[in-house]
Structure formats: C-alpha cells, structure tokens
Design a protein around this ligand. Structure first.
Ligand code: GAL
Length: 422
C-alpha cells in the first residue's frame, strides 16, 4: 500500500510542477518587437544598441529581437528583407532609406501602413524638415519616421599624417591629386577604398558625379534626363580611374569599415565615405578634429548628399503596438539624441539640444540647413533599387577593367532597360 501512496504523491507532485511550469511559461511569454537592420559595424551597432536599451527600459515586458543582417549599405539585408516581405512574414519594423527605396519598393506596392497620425499626435510635422518628410511621403500620407540624416559626400583624413607631411586636406580634384602624389612618394596609399561589396566604389562615384557636374546635373542624371554617356559622366569616370592609382592594393578583400580601419592604423591618408565613418572612428577611440578631420568630397562644397535612415510599420507586422511604441521612441528627442552621437549622423529633428554632438556633427547640422541637398543613389533615395544595384555591379567591374567608354555605355543601357531613362 505504501508504494501506492508514494506513486499517488509522486503523480500529484508531477502535476503540480507541470502546472507551475505551464503557468510560468504563459507568464514569461513576452511579446516581441522584431527590428530589422544592417547595423553591425562599429558606430552603427553602438547607435542601435543605445536605442534597444532605451526601448527595453521603457517596455521591459517586450522582448527586443535585434534582427540584423551584416553588410554595409544593406546590400545583403535588403535581399533577405524582400524574401520576408514578399513571403508575408515581415519584421515588425525595418531600416529603410527615405525616397525611392521606401516609396517605390514598399509603399506603392502596398506593403506599408501610413503613420501620418503619429506625426500629428507628436507634433512631428513641425520638427522634422520638410525635405525629409517629403522623402517619406506618398499621396499625402507619411510612411516612416526618420531617425537621422547622414551626409554622404565626406572626405575623411588622418590628421597626424597630414600634419607630418605638412599637407592641407584637398577640396578640389586638382588638390586631391597633388596631395595623392605626395603620399604616393612616401609609399602611403592616399585613398583607402573597399570594393568587396562594390557599393563603396559606387558611393565614391556618386560623389565624383556631384563634384564634377553639380547638383542639377546630378539630379537630372538620376532622374533619367541625362544620358550616362554624357561627357560629365565620362569625366567623373576618368577621375575615378585616376584615383584608383592611389588606393590600397587590398581593396577587393575589404568592407567600408576595414577601409576606415586603414586610416586608424595610419596605413592610408584619406577615404570618401558617409559620416557613419565618424561613428566607426569614434567607437574606436579616435577624436573628431583631433585624430581625424573631414572636408566635403572634392568639388562638393555647399552641397549635401542626404542619406536618410527611417523605420516604418509593415502592414502585416505581428506586433503592431510594440512597433508603434518603437516609432514614437525613434521620433522623440530622447531617441534621436541617444542614437545619433554614436552613429555619426545628425538628428533628423531640428529642435534637439546640441550639447551631445561633436564639432563635426554641429558643422553638418549647419551645412544641412543651408547647403543644396541631393539624395543619394547608392543609399536608396535617388533612384529605384534595381538601377542602384546595377550601378554597384558596374562599379565592381570598373575597378578591375577601368574602361570608361564601356562602363558609360553599359550604364546607359541599364538605365534604358530598367526604365530609368525618360
Ligand atoms: C547606409 C546606411 C547607414 C550606414 C551605412 C553603412 O546605407 O544608411 O546608416 O549604416 O549604410 O552600413
């Protein structure tokens, strides 16, 4: 009989444990917020982490799922995102560039919910610049919250190297090549580039197009009003070709942050990259205007290539409420000032306290307010995705072939085939 009692007790105990476990499982099943981005490198990952910390502090019951896909400029992430979106399994929110990438790829195709109401509730119509809101709008509705403004046309330089050789950072193409010759004579690559994922070369090239032809030419070219066989495109390609004589020989193995790393190590003098490079430098302990400096990339003084990161609400988001709270955080003064000083960008809001920002960011804020703004192609804003990635691919070919005529011709053909040329 004793064994029967023991068995009964054992069963009872088991039942109690199972029930308790069941209850605690139900209790512990937090709702989630799945946020998708490609911020994995130094600086960009720090900015994202600051936002995650703020969010989880405010909403401790929500499990934040940081769904990143590594690869600068989203070259890998955008493809994975497409599979998820088209397969009906969107993340709750995702990093997206304002302009064509948001509007043509996701809004016109019916994948996003408008969030104009949030703008009204939080007074955002007054604090975000119209130029940015326009990039996020379609037919009178707004579809995303801008977390930052990055500047694309920046030439970064190692201050110690420039001081050592008594050189001034170049702002014209002529000066660039004079300085580049000096570094070449000392056996130092003047310009660090990365070409493993190709977009970095395309990034440099779009800055060269702007520096060569100015904002109107740049805008008309990406709007399909000017042929890619135009003399100014060829001039920019020739400049790029010449620049390739002064670059690090191992660029084919490198990504953008590794190229910036060459400056850090004193192994290259300059690089042309968006100001997420500043986030990378500072996250590695470099001080703005002490260890490194910046000037607009050659020929682009008074011009500002806008790169905008925004987040929106996909229609089938599984955790809609959590996403709305995320968007509110991104649009808040607190969110913008937690993120941008680490990310290297400036806040999209124009009313935030300036104290957390370094002198380079403060300069970028002033320039953004007065410069001629143009949208980036490589970072999704100026032109449809298919042409932007065709340009990346062409630049990957160009670094090896260096054939100006053939590249110009193929770009023109791509523009026609993809419906970009009017
Ligand atoms: C850009 C993005 C930036 C930065 C950069 C490198 O496309 O807008 O925020 O992350 O890529 O990954």
């Amino acid at each position: 009989m004793r064994w029967k009692r023991s068995l009964a007790l054992f069963l009872l105990a088991t039942l109690a444990v199972t029930a308790a476990l069941g209850a605690s499982t139900v209790f512990a099943a937090k709702s989630q917020l799945v946020v998708y981005s490609w911020w994995t490198a130094g600086g960009e990952a720090d900015g994202l982490n600051a936002l995650i910390q703020l969010y989880t502090k405010k909403y401790p019951d929500v499990e934040f799922v940081n769904a990143t896909v590594a690869g600068g400029a989203g070259t890998n992430a955008k493809a994975v995102l497409k599979t998820r979106m088209l397969g009906g399994d969107p993340p709750d929110s995702f990093q997206v560039h304002g302009g064509s990438e948001l509007i043509d790829t996701w809004v016109k195709t019916g994948y996003m919910e408008p969030i104009t109401q949030l703008y009204k509730e939080h007074g955002w119509l007054k604090v975000f610049p119209k130029s940015i809101i326009d990039m996020l709008s379609y037919k009178g509705e707004i579809y995303a919250v801008p977390v930052n403004v990055h500047r694309g046309n920046c030439l970064w330089y190692n201050k110690k190297l420039f001081a050592e050789y008594k050189l001034t950072p170049p702002t014209t193409f002529d000066d660039f090549f004079k300085v580049a010759e000096k570094f070449k004579a000392k056996g130092i690559p003047a310009l660090a580039i990365a070409s493993r994922t190709k977009w970095e070369v395309a990034h440099l090239f779009e800055d060269l197009l702007l520096g060569t032809g100015g904002p109107k030419f740049y805008n008309d070219l990406f709007a399909g009003k000017i042929a890619w066989t135009d003399a100014r495109v060829k001039k920019a390609l020739n400049t790029l070709k010449k620049m390739l004589d002064y670059v690090n020989p191992d660029h084919a193995t490198m990504t953008w942050d590794q190229a910036c790393g060459l400056l850090l190590q004193g192994k290259a003098a300059m690089t042309v990259m968006g100001d997420w490079a500043k986030g990378y430098f500072t996250s590695n302990g470099w001080k703005p205007n002490v260890d490194f400096g910046v000037v607009p990339s050659p020929g682009t003084k008074g011009m500002f290539v806008v790169v905008n990161d925004s987040f929106g609400l996909p229609k089938k988001a599984k955790n809609r409420e959590n996403c709305l709270n995320w968007l509110v955080l991104l649009g808040s003064v607190e969110g913008q000032n937690a993120f941008n000083p680490l990310k290297g960008s400036i806040p999209a809001r124009t009313d935030v306290p300036r104290a957390p920002y370094d002198p380079i960011a403060l300069g970028a804020m002033d320039d953004f307010a007065k410069d001629t703004l143009v949208p980036s192609c490589v970072h999704g804003s100026a032109v449809i995705d298919s042409f932007a990635s065709a340009l990346n691919d062409e630049m990957g070919v160009f670094v090896n072939e260096r054939n100006v005529e053939a590249t110009a011709k193929r770009l023109e053909q791509q523009a026609k085939d993809l419906g970009v040329r009017q």
